[in-house]
Design a protein. Structure first.
Lengths: 315, 309
């Protein structure tokens, strides 16, 4: 270390003692990368700062008292509630976007989850000839680029199923289509553990098939079903491409579509406020899903939290 | 029930199950056939269809025997040595550069969190996953705020002397769009790679060290080859949506100089006219993405077979 300190270029003014020892300590800490990967830690830290701080700044400016989105003028809730015409609460178009998103997400959740649960159950237990192709079909919505799916749905609603209007009905059908597979993936994890033996045991003990399902299978699947509900809600409210392709003007603008269309038009911090609300709603749903998945995991007797399970979803 | 013998009961139950489980799957399957398979067919029907001579609107042709591939071939010709060549090359360049940057930036992060983070692991993992659930558009909005002429990033760059005056980052700059793509998609690259590195058997690394390899060669000879599957998975996972991206160039640039294939498709759809061409472009994109996807699946199958040996 002393050798390094001596070779420091002379042009650098010698810092005060305390600063120098701090600099030395930092250099010490960064040296010898093989024992403990200090530079990797620094790099990872820098990455996380880069990944998250821009969003934190965007959130901060949703609370700005002034109109600027880059000069801080004090804290206020002006862009959420106080401004008489421009806040999320008082601008009808912003409020409409919020309502539309919530409406679609709740309806998608209610329709996609039962469909997906049935599909997961069927695919897990069905040993017939159609099971393999059905399984493959189920995987495709997960890997198809959203733009392709958006174009496909747009063309089918404008050319073939023209009784479905663009706007809310088309958006709802589209969201259900791409969320069903996520429900299947969540449920399948659980169904690996809950084998058919559980119901067979119940039936050997005198339960009818429906009793076995209602009283044995369903309770065992419940945590996974809750997780699927929350996940579908989060994915639906977060979606941009499908909602945009299937929207029909002002009446069916969702939150992400509104963010997209206003970002380049010199918006006020109310847009940041809207984005922050979207983030908050999504995170609440995800935390709920994580808790449910964690519970599902613990019942399976596995360690860990739902965090890692959650990581495999959403694209 | 009591009068039935055991095998007969089991047989009866099996027979019942023959229709029961398909019946559970049926509604979901029907939904996917009607709203996923049929729509894909609709893309083909429009791409190979006619254009209404009166209004210039696309008319789908549902019977494959009457398909007219003229528009489709025109689009192919435009892409390979025609009007759309620059667009196609630009798209491929953007995606390639952004993917390479994702690998260079993402690998160390995934490696650290997967193998070296110690007691910080759970916290770091949560922070790593967080961007997944921050809306993509919001993350772009954050950068539009920062990069606008009076934005904080611009102020910072002027303050540290990088530039004399604030730069206009948000119109027609390829670098901004590529960095936007990296920023947008890198979480999806890091996560599968993290999972691969996390699964890696510590004993293999110890064996390598015991056999005399220093950490550098252990990494090059053991860790890196074993994480190849994770790199491949992450790469495919980000390349598929990147090829269809149109919102990143629109939000961060909005200039014809940074248009990608996705912008062309988006324009056809949102304008309503020339649907035939838009659908044909989508078919080309699907084919391209399908090749990528099958390459990935073949690799995975090969790897699985090798592991099973």
């Amino acid at each position: 270390m002393t050798a390094q300190a001596e070779t420091r270029p002379a042009s650098v003014a010698p810092p005060a003692d305390e600063t120098r020892s701090r600099v030395d300590r930092l250099r010490n800490w960064l040296a010898n990368p093989w024992r403990k990967p200090r530079w990797l830690a620094v790099f990872t830290f820098a990455y996380l700062v880069w990944a998250l701080v821009p969003v934190l700044i965007a959130i901060q400016f949703s609370f700005n008292a002034g109109r600027s989105r880059s000069a801080w003028q004090g804290f206020s809730l002006r862009w959420y509630i106080n401004d008489p015409s421009l806040s999320v609460l008082n601008d009808p178009s912003l409020r409409a976007a919020l309502t539309q998103s919530l409406k679609i997400a709740v309806l998608t959740m209610v329709i996609a989850t039962p469909l997906g649960v049935g599909l997961a159950l069927g695919l897990a237990r069905w040993r017939g000839r159609g099971a393999r192709p059905a399984n493959t079909l189920m995987l495709f919505p997960l890997i198809t680029p959203e733009i392709v799916m958006g174009v496909a749905l747009f063309l089918v609603f404008t050319n073939l199923f023209s009784f479905v209007d663009l706007g809310t009905p088309a958006q709802l059908l589209g969201h259900v289509t791409f969320t069903i597979s996520y429900v299947v993936v969540v449920l399948r994890g659980r169904l690996f553990a809950v084998t058919a033996q559980y119901e067979e045991a119940a039936m050997d003990l005198g339960a009818s098939r429906w009793q076995a399902m209602r009283l044995v299978l369903l309770p065992l699947l419940m945590p996974a079903i809750y997780a699927a509900l929350a996940l579908v809600f989060a994915i639906s409210i977060d979606d941009f491409v499908i909602s945009a392709f299937l929207s029909a003007g002002q009446d069916s603008v969702t939150l992400p579509v509104r963010l997209y269309s206003s970002t380049r038009l010199g918006p006020t911090p109310a847009l940041n406020a809207l984005a922050t609300i979207l983030l908050l709603i999504t995170l609440l749903a995800i935390v709920a899903a994580g808790i449910a998945l964690g519970r599902s995991r613990r019942r399976r007797g596995e360690h860990g939290s739902g965090v890692e399970d959650l990581a495999q979803f959403d694209m | 029930m009591a009068s039935q013998t055991e095998p007969a009961r089991a047989k009866g139950r099996r027979k019942e199950r023959n229709w029961l489980w398909p019946a559970f799957a049926a509604p979901g399957l029907l939904w996917l056939i009607l709203l996923f398979v049929v729509p894909f067919y609709a893309i083909l029907a429009v791409a190979m269809g006619r254009i209404d001579p009166l209004f210039g609107l696309a008319q789908p042709v549902w019977n494959p025997l009457q398909w007219d591939p003229t528009t489709f071939f025109n689009v192919i010709r435009d892409l390979f040595g025609g009007r759309l060549t620059a667009l196609a090359l630009r798209t491929i360049t953007y995606v390639a550069v952004a993917t390479a940057l994702c690998i260079v930036i993402g690998y160390p992060v995934a490696y650290f969190i997967g193998r070296r983070a110690g007691r910080w692991k759970v916290l770091l993992l949560v922070l790593l996953i967080l961007p997944f659930w921050i809306n993509y558009i919001m993350r772009m909005l954050a950068w539009v705020n920062l990069l606008s002429t009076d934005g904080l990033a611009n102020e910072l760059m002027v303050a540290i002397g990088l530039f004399d005056a604030p730069q206009n980052w948000l119109s027609g700059r390829s670098s901004t769009v590529v960095l936007g793509l990296v920023y947008g998609y890198i979480p999806y690259f890091i996560l599968p790679l993290y999972a691969a590195l996390d699964r890696l058997d510590e004993e293999l690394l110890e064996a390598s060290r015991d056999l005399g390899a220093n950490p550098f060669w252990t990494f090059v000879r053991v860790t890196l080859p074993l994480s190849r599957q994770g790199i491949l998975a992450g790469t495919v996972l980000i390349m598929l949506p990147m090829f269809g991206d149109y919102y990143t160039p629109n939000l961060l640039s909005g200039s014809p100089r940074t248009r990608m294939i996705g912008n062309e498709i988006d324009q056809f759809i949102s304008s309503g006219i020339g649907g035939t061409e838009g659908a044909a472009l989508t078919v080309v994109l699907m084919a391209f993405v399908g090749i990528l996807m099958s390459y990935y699946l073949i690799q995975v199958a090969r790897e699985t077979k090798r592991a099973a040996k």
